[in-house]
Design a protein. Sequence first.
Length: 310
Amino acid sequence: MKKKTKIIIGIIIAVAVFFYLATIGVLLFTVDGGFKGLKKDKVAVISLSGSIADSGGEGLMTSAGITPDFVRAQLNRAKSDSSVKAIVLRVDSPGGSVGASQEIAQEIKETEKPIVVFMGDMAASGGYYISAPADKIVAKKGTLTGSIGVISQFMDLSGLYEKLGIKTETIKSGEHKDMFSRELTEEERELWQSVSDELYGQFIKEVAEGRNLDVEEVKKLATGELFSGTQAKKLGLVDELGGYQDAIDLAAELAGIEEPVVEEYPARTFFESVFSFTGSEIRSLIKAKFFGSDYVMLESLKESFPVPRY
């Protein structure tokens, strides 16, 4: 009996030691063939893909997107890792919220480690806004970028309300408080145009400062049009034409390191990766199930408009 007890205890100790060593190995060993304990110089890669929004308020058929909280968390992770010497942001975005774009750009400006942006298929409008403060920008020849401008869209939802049998009654204090729920007056159009022009000026200033360009020069480019990567380089909106590895090499060069270990940060949580849905997408599915797709569409439209967008 004692012999059997000793055998069991021995097995338990052996298993415990095995898992302990395995855990240490996982923590230390990297797929790049190095050990974190050796503090090898690294380039952190952060993927920013989708529309830019203030929070994870994605709809039923949209991606997780780019939020200030997500970017801040990823940059803080890179900042706190002493072995990370430079950062590559893989930006693929058509733009989005003005405020969120500005907050993300500020986070990038406040990061002391060298940052290189690698543009994907599109880094336009807000996608370009958050790229401008980077130390260097690398784009593919066929990347679509630029689109420097501001847009607000006002939608007449009266037909949809009628279809859903919804009647609205408005009680307001303030002449223009309901201006987004009906057709604008000429005065309100002028008021909103002044807001748009102000945000447009902020965009131009950000690009001029980030790219070391003259404000008047940027104004000539700020027509809202898209440029190819090749055109953007000629205009001074990007620094280099190339691919992902070129961006890594440039980041390493800025940091003064050779043969860096590349560490790609995951863009989604484990739950989101497995089930391919974000929390808000799941909420939208539940709402669609109980209230119908028309309700979800209306709710999405109300949230999206008329917020100014980069």
